[in-house]
Design a protein around this ligand. Structure first.
Ligand code: ATP
Ligand code: MG
Length: 626
C-alpha cells in the first residue's frame, strides 16, 4: 500500500466511522472516569466530545510520565536574551507545577476561575499553564508583546481572578518592563481588579510589592513540598481561552475543552507530526499563540517528549541559532512559521549548512501562506522534508496536512496537502454555497461536527460563536474565512483570506496569487499586495516587496511585467515599492489592512499587535516620495 492509500483509508474511517475512530484515538489519553459515549451532538453546532468522561490535563502532561520518564527532560529552556539554558526533567516540572498549584489555591483560585498569564518565554509561564489545568482553573495566555489596550480588553472579557506575570520581558537584548503596561491596562479595566503574582527575573532591581501583589519565588518557596492532586474535570470543562491573533477585527475568546483537546493533541503528534515519546521538538513560536499552546506545551508533553522553549529572536546572536539548537539537543521535529524562514532566507543558506542536522526528520511550517519559492529554498537547503500545514486558533491543530506519521505523501510546493482526519472539508462558491469544481477557487468550509480539539464556543458568548462561524449559508457549515483550491490530485492550495481579495474591475484577485508571482523573482524575499481604491476600476493592485541581499535588485517594470505575464494584465500592479520590511503582527502575519490604508493615504490605525512600528514610517516615506 502506498502512503496515499494509507492516508485515504485512515481519513475515510474518520468520516465514515467517526465515533469508532475517536474512541480508538482516546486510548492515547488517561481518563479518570472512562466515557460511555464518544460524541454528544444534540445541539448543533455545539459538539461535546467524550461527554460523560472526566480527566485531568496536567496529569496527562506531567504525572503520567513520572514512572517511566521522571529523569528525562520535559522542558529545555534556551534563552538568547539572558544567555541561559535550563534543562528541566519531568520530575522537576512535576514539583514546580505542584508548588504553583498550591500558590494559586492560596491566592483564592478555584476550579473554573480564570488565570491570565502575561509572560515572556520563561519556564514559569509553562509551569503556570500546567498548574492552572491541574486545579481546573482556565488559563488565558496573553502574548507578552501586547501592550496595555490589548491586555485590558482581554482582562475585561475573561475576568480573571489572578494575573501571573513577570517584571520584565526581553526582546532583541532590550528590557521590556511589564509592570507599567499592566498598570496602564488596569486603568482601562472595567471589571474587578485581579490579584497579581510576579516573577522577578533579576534583570532590574525588584520593585516593592504593591497591595494585591505577590512574589512568585517567595510563594513557591513557601510551598516547597506541596502535593496538589490533579482535579478530574468533565471532558467539556474549558481548559483554556485564547484570543485569536487579531489580524482582523476584535479578538474573539476561543474556548477549548479538556478531553477533546487532550486527545486531538496527542493524536496529531502520532499521525501528523510524527513525534515519538522521548524525542525532542523545537517549535519556534510563542506561548501567546495557538502554535505555542499546542506544539510547545501540550502536544509534546502529552506525548512524553522533550520540548524546547526558546526565548529570543531567530537571527540573534546570529541566524544560525535555531540550527545550533537542533544540533546540540538533537531535535527530531521542528515547527515554525514561513515568516521565520523567509527571514532566514534573507541571510543566506550558509547559516544552515554549518550545523549537523542529522537528527531532524521534518520541519513543519504553518500560520500563513508558504510560497513555493520559500518552500523550495528551505527544502533544498535543509536537504530534508519541509511540510506546510494549514489551521487556525479555532481548530487548534491542522485542517490540512501531510500526515508524516502515516507515511509522507508526495510534497507539492505551495500546498498544505490534504484534509486532516476528522475534518470534512468542502470548497464552495462564496455566494451560492454550491461545491466548486477541481482547480476552482472556493470558500473553505468544514461540515460540522468539528473533530475533538476544536473550539467549543466563544468565551461567554455562544451566540457570537454561531453568528461568526456558522451563519454563512443556509446549511450549517463552519467558515474558515479562507479561500482554497483543490487540484486534480486532491491537493489543496490556500488562496488567501476572505478579507484579502482585491477587486479590479469586477475581477476578484487573491493577494496570495500576486505575492506568489512576485516571490518567484530571485531577488524578492517577501511581497505584499493590496487593493487600493480606483475611480475607474474599483480597485487597483499596489505591491510592496522586500529585496533579498542575494542577487541584483529587481526593477519596478520588470516586476510589473512578471505579474502581467503570469496572471494577466488585470493584476498588473499600478505601483511597486521596494521596502526594507513589511509590517507584521508579532505572530508573523502581514498586516495587509494597514498597508492598504497607507497606500490609500489613510492612517494605518491603532496597531497593538505590530512587531516593528518603524517599517510603517518607511513605507509611508516610500509612498510619499513616489
Ligand atoms: P484573526 O482571526 O483574529 O483575524 P488570524 O486569522 O490571523 O487572526 P490565526 O488563527 O492565528 O489568527 O491564523 C489562522 C489563519 O492563518 C488561517 O485562517 C489562514 O488565513 C492563515 N494560515 C494558517 N496556516 C496557513 C497555511 N499553511 N497556509 C496559508 N494560510 C495559513
Ligand atoms: Mg482567523
Amino acid at each position: 500500500m502506498n502512503t496515499r492509500e494509507k492516508y485515504e483509508i485512515f481519513y475515510r474511517s474518520s468520516m465514515e466511522n467517526r465515533e469508532e475512530f475517536w474512541k480508538e484515538q482516546a486510548r492515547l489519553i488517561d481518563w479518570e472516569t472512562p466515557f460511555t459515549r464518544v460524541l454528544d451532538y444534540h445541539t448543533p453546532p455545539f459538539a461535546h466530545w467524550y461527554p460523560d468522561a472526566t480527566l485531568n490535563l496536567c496529569h496527562n502532561t506531567v504525572d503520567r510520565h513520572l514512572a517511566e520518564r521522571g529523569d528525562q527532560n520535559a522542558l529545555i529552556w534556551v534563552s538568547t536574551e539572558v544567555e541561559k539554558t535550563l534543562e528541566i526533567t519531568y520530575r522537576q516540572l512535576h514539583a514546580w507545577v505542584n508548588q504553583a498549584a498550591a500558590v494559586f489555591m492560596q491566592m483564592g483560585v478555584t476550579r473554573g476561575d480564570r488565570i491570565l498569564i502575561y509572560m515572556p518565554m520563561i519556564p514559569q509561564a509553562v509551569v503556570a499553564m500546567l498548574a492552572c489545568v491541574r486545579i481546573g482553573a482556565i488559563h488565558s495566555v496573553v502574548f507578552g508583546g501586547f501592550a496595555a489596550h490589548a491586555l485590558a480588553s482581554r482582562i475585561n472579557d475573561a475576568t480573571p481572578k489572578l494575573i501571573v506575570t513577570a517584571d520584565t520581558g526581553m526582546r532583541g537584548g532590550k528590557i521590556v518592563a511589564y509592570k507599567p503596561l499592566l498598570q496602564a491596562s488596569f486603568h482601562q479595566v472595567k471589571v474587578a481588579k485581579p490579584k497579581v503574582l510576579i516573577v522577578h527575573r533579576g534583570l532590574v532591581p525588584a520593585a516593592p510589592l504593591g497591595p494585591d501583589e505577590w512574589d512568585w519565588d517567595r510563594e513557591m518557596d513557601r510551598n516547597l513540598h506541596a502535593q496538589i492532586p490533579p482535579v478530574a474535570v468533565p471532558s467539556n470543562h474549558p481548559s483554556y481561552i485564547l484570543y485569536t491573533s487579531g489580524t482582523t477585527g476584535t479578538p474573539k475568546g476561543v474556548q477549548r475543552d479538556t478531553g477533546g483537546h487532550a486527545v486531538s493533541m496527542r493524536a496529531s503528534m502520532k499521525h501528523i507530526y510524527d513525534l515519538r515519546p522521548g524525542e525532542v521538538m523545537l517549535t519556534g513560536s510563542d506561548i501567546g499563540w495557538v502554535v505555542g499552546h499546542s506544539y510547545i506545551v501540550y502536544a509534546p508533553l502529552l506525548t512524553g517528549a522533550t520540548t524546547i522553549l526558546y526565548e529570543g529572536l531567530p537571527i540573534r546572536p546570529d541566524p544560525g541559532i535555531w540550527w545550533s539548537i537542533v544540533e546540540k539537543f538533537k531535535v527530531n521535529i521542528m515547527f515554525t512559521s514561513p515568516t521565520a524562514i523567509r527571514l532566514l532566507k534573507k541571510t543566506g543558506a550558509d547559516w544552515i549548512h554549518r550545523y549537523n542536522l542529522s537528527s531532524l526528520r521534518y520541519l513543519f511550517l504553518a500560520g500563513e501562506p508558504l510560497d513555493r519559492e520559500t518552500h523550495r529554498w528551505i527544502a533544498s537547503t535543509l536537504k530534508g522534508q519541509v511540510i506546510d500545514n494549514y489551521w487556525q486558533t479555532e481548530t487548534g491543530w491542522p485542517i490540512l496536512a501531510n500526515h508524516a506519521g502515516l507515511g509522507l505523501m508526495d510534497i507539492k510546493f505551495g500546498s498544505p496537502t490534504v484534509p486532516a482526519y476528522g475534518f470534512d472539508v468542502h470548497l464552495v462558491d462564496e455566494i451560492t454555497g454550491e461545491p466548486v469544481k477541481a482547480n476552482e477557487k472556493g470558500s473553505l468550509m468544514i461540515k460540522p461536527p468539528l473533530p475533538p480539539g476544536c473550539m467549543t464556543t466563544v468565551w461567554g458568548n455562544d451566540q457570537r460563536f454561531v453568528d461568526t462561524y456558522y451563519s454563512r449559508f443556509k446549511t450549517l457549515m463552519y467558515a474558515t474565512f479562507d479561500y482554497a483550491m483543490r487540484d486534480d490530485d486532491g491537493y489543496y492550495f490556500i488562496m488567501g483570506r476572505d478579507d484579502d481579495v482585491i477587486n479590479v474591475a469586477g475581477h476578484r484577485l487573491g493577494t496570495r496569487e500576486i505575492e506568489e508571482i512576485l516571490c518567484t523573482h530571485p531577488s524578492v524575499a517577501e511581497a505584499a499586495a493590496v487593493g487600493v481604491k480606483d475611480e475607474l476600476k474599483g480597485q487597483e493592485v499596489v505591491a510592496f516587496v522586500v529585496v533579498s541581499k542575494e542577487g541584483k535588485p529587481p526593477g519596478e517594470q520588470e516586476l510589473k511585467d512578471l505579474v502581467s505575464h503570469e496572471i494577466g494584465a488585470i493584476a498588473r500592479p499600478r505601483d511597486i515599492y521596494m521596502v526594507a520590511g513589511l509590517p507584521k503582527t508579532r505572530s508573523g502575519k502581514v498586516l495587509r489592512r494597514s498597508i492598504q490604508a497607507m497606500a490609500e493615504g489613510r492612517d494605518p490605525g491603532d496597531l497593538p499587535t505590530i512587531d516593528d512600528a518603524a517599517v510603517l514610517d518607511q513605507i509611508k516615506e516610500a509612498i510619499e516620495n513616489k
